[in-house]
Design a protein around this ligand. Sequence first.
Ligand SMILES: Nc1ncnc2c1ncn2[C@@H]1O[C@H](COP(=O)(O)OP(=O)(O)O)[C@@H](O)[C@H]1O
Ligand SMILES: [Mg+2]
Length: 354
Amino acid sequence: MKKRIGLLYGGKSAEHEVSLSTAMAVIQALDFEKYEVHPIFITLDGEWLTGPQLTSPAENVEQLKFDSNHAPNNIKQFIATHNELSFDIVFPLLHGTNGEDGTVQGLLEVLNIPYVGNGVLASSAGMDKVVMKQLFEVAGLAQTPYTHFIRSEWQSQQEAILEACEKLQAPLFVKPANLGSSVGISRATNREELVAAIELALRYDRKIIVEQGVVGREIEIAVLGNDHPKTSVVGEIKPLTAFYDYDSKYKDNSTELIIPAQVSQHALAQIEEMALRAFKILDLSGLVRADFFVTADDEVLINEVNTLPGFTPVSMYPMLWQKTGLSYTDLIDELIRLAMERYDEKQKLQYNRG
Ligand SMILES: Nc1ncnc2c1ncn2[C@@H]1O[C@H](COP(=O)(O)OP(=O)(O)O)[C@@H](O)[C@H]1O
Ligand SMILES: [Mg+2]
């Protein structure tokens, strides 16, 4: 029997468009003999639109954006659809807030629907760069020094915050704590730029992290699994701009991906080991892409993990697996298998004290 799969994409997030490209690619790769595919489009306003079943791959992205006049238009309808169809599994293809951050995962948990990828805790811890870095610290993972604060602290003690930031070596990287795809991130080399960077980041989040800049290559590794995760070969991103910003990630193709990346045996072993340690401390499951800096002295620093990494066929995560010997279609099948494995394990838990 075909597995009934709900694809969740779009989202009330700055990464809405990225999610649509991912959905397009996943739909192209899904085996329609094996899966019954139901698209669920979340608009930028946060409306959930459950569209008609797809019987063949969508031809263009417009086809995936339903009009609320033609489709049921809120989360209750998603629940009603689930009650009617009973999804075997949901694949959240959402990046950023309201999707990669544990909220949607929580909804799916409450509805008791198996879903692909990381659970509630891992998703939310991985989304918040401050919580993530604090956990990295607990796990003893080397990383760049940083400081953090919230909006009201900035309003009441700006000078003290600026001084704390200036204890770090320039250039500084200023980031909203809860966002991805480089949205709201800037590089600052003096106080004026730092203030502007903080003001910009505060438009996207109430919590801000400021990091000491690292001079090094950006090396990434993919992890796949549940209790016994495996690592892929490593890849390098070479942005042609000052850093890997939103446009270089998604718009102007100005980033080169080199897979496998040439790194020393020492750095490679460190990256593999650190990625698995990060996987464990954040309680990750299914998939994660772990991102590192490797300095000229061959020092390895962890930058971040992405609990729902870019997932088009030319994105780093699927490419890393392809070069490791797992095709895009097989990777999707494996993620679905891992999701079922985690769900089945959870069903065995005892909920009474009996
Ligand atoms: N501390 C840092 N030192 C040097 N470059 C950085 C630093 N932090 C971020 N960058 C650059 O900015 C990019 C985006 O930052 P990152 O923390 O990975 O945010 P996102 O979650 O948006 O991917 C990185 O890929 C890197 O190019
Ligand atoms: Mg990143």
